[in-house]
Design a protein around this ligand. Sequence first.
Ligand SMILES: Cc1cc2nc3c(=O)[nH]c(=O)nc-3n(C[C@H](O)[C@H](O)[C@H](O)COP(=O)(O)OP(=O)(O)OC[C@H]3O[C@@H](n4cnc5c(N)ncnc54)[C@H](O)[C@@H]3O)c2cc1C
Length: 231
Amino acid sequence: MEFTTTHLTKIIKETSDSYSYIMEIPDGFTWVAGQHAAWQIPGFELDPEDRNTRVFTIASAPEDGYLMFTTRIAEKHTSLKEVLLNKIRPGDPVGIAQPLGTFALDPDHYRKTLIIAGGIGITPIRSLLRHYMDHPSEGHAITVLYSDDRGEFAYPDFWETLKKKVPSIDLRLISERDRFTGDTDAYAREHGETAEYLIAGSPGMNKAFTERLEKLGIPEGNIRTDVFLGY
Ligand SMILES: Cc1cc2nc3c(=O)[nH]c(=O)nc-3n(C[C@H](O)[C@H](O)[C@H](O)COP(=O)(O)OP(=O)(O)OC[C@H]3O[C@@H](n4cnc5c(N)ncnc54)[C@H](O)[C@@H]3O)c2cc1C
């Protein structure tokens, strides 16, 4: 796999255990909002069983003017996450491989979108909505259910800006599981197959919400998932 070198410019602590890493866009590097890529963190000693690459979503959109990934670093973590937590500094090199993936909104076919995001699954959603903020679709209604059991939400400034620039967006930051599932069910009952449904979270969460929507009669073709293997 080939990696293009960029450099870390900034680290932002998003929540008690998640961090954003901001980097320059290398000359000629392009991506589409919602894509992910393999990242390489060279130059640090890792545990023998660990490796210096990970797949992370590109949480920024081209309109941001920078590359960013956001990752969760739990109390117990791998040696690569230890590098991200305590060793890497602005100015250090980071490699990025060719971006991949087709996770996207489809406002040309659906006039309503429900986004269901759990925890760190918010990263592709941030990218998609950042792009959408500059290219909104007239008459298209987006509802975002962003759930975190501890009530810790990343990107607070971005949500404020988004609400100002796209006032029609219905953004709900949710910290109770019952409300997360209840709001999903209520939306599916009201809008059914006239809406598209984007789900981004752990494999378990994606499976549970896909099954939930299908039981409510939402066709498979209206549901798109971005699965974060590794959690
Ligand atoms: C398409 C795609 C997009 C993705 N996008 C993102 C993204 O935007 N952000 C992101 O963070 N991840 C993303 N992932 C997942 C990412 O690739 C990693 O798999 C994930 O971050 C886990 O990293 P890690 O292996 O370093 O493990 P860690 O994050 O360190 O650990 C994973 C789990 O194992 C536990 N664990 C780790 N080490 C130990 C130990 N020694 N003892 C006990 N428990 C331990 C941790 O507590 C944690 O619960 C994506 C994956 C895919 C496939």
